[in-house]
Design a protein around this ligand. Sequence first.
Ligand SMILES: NC(=O)c1ccc[n+]([C@@H]2O[C@H](COP(=O)([O-])OP(=O)(O)OC[C@H]3O[C@@H](n4cnc5c(N)ncnc54)[C@H](OP(=O)(O)O)[C@@H]3O)[C@@H](O)[C@H]2O)c1
Length: 234
Amino acid sequence: MADRPYTLLSCGVSLDGYLDSPGTARLPLSNAADFDRVDAVRAGSDAILVGAATVRNDNPRLLVRSPDRRADRVAQGLPPSPAKVTVTASGRLDACAQFFTAGDSDKLVYCPRGAGGDLRARLDQRATVIDLDAPLLMRELSENLSARGVNRLMVEGGGTLHTQFLTADLADELQLVVAPLFVGDSRARRFALDGRYPWTAERRAELADVRRIGDVVLLRYALSPRYETERLDP
Ligand SMILES: NC(=O)c1ccc[n+]([C@@H]2O[C@H](COP(=O)([O-])OP(=O)(O)OC[C@H]3O[C@@H](n4cnc5c(N)ncnc54)[C@H](OP(=O)(O)O)[C@@H]3O)[C@@H](O)[C@H]2O)c1
């Protein structure tokens, strides 16, 4: 058995490669049909991971929205929505964020040992806080999730997390949606930050599928051999 979950990175970007706008308001990059596709990907996952900045800025619920998909999961003996996972060093997470309050799936917060301040006390049973050696590496987080029974992990951003998974060669699949708009402000967050990526001019990533979804386009990249045998097709 693999020592880490099958890992799918999911992300929407503007035509100039940004994840959001520079302010705190959430930038809607996708459209309704694509949100529904993302909902299906969530429903096929055991856990959804986002960075603490995404929890703070976007306040996402990270639940499966479709009643039919939730019912299908329950019929398979699964919780209605996947476990929610986040990672923080500062511990700046609000116990009232929807990450913690919405739905009754498991919530896991990873933190480097000795960091996070009084996070465990503040979250007070709303989540399981897991300390890992500092610096906290996505490889170790992935292995810890695997040991907890997570076989399929969906990483929903932001760029800090995508960058760590990509540069550590821990991603099996990338689903990148390109929206027909420009952000045009370099203070906004990019999908991929500075780093050494395995895919270069000499080793190009494999484009596995391209799909038009209304006014956005889905680019699907196979980033490891596991894509061939473990991907889920809609
Ligand atoms: N378009 C999309 O598909 C999409 C999806 C998701 C998010 N977003 C956008 O992306 C923006 C956030 O992206 P981001 O790159 O700034 O942040 P992020 O990846 O959401 O979160 C970064 C934070 O996660 C924690 N973290 C990450 N790696 C860590 C590690 N190895 N050890 C300990 N803690 C770690 C730190 O939290 P602490 O600061 O608490 O220490 C860090 O500041 C948001 O504005 C959101 O709107 C867009």
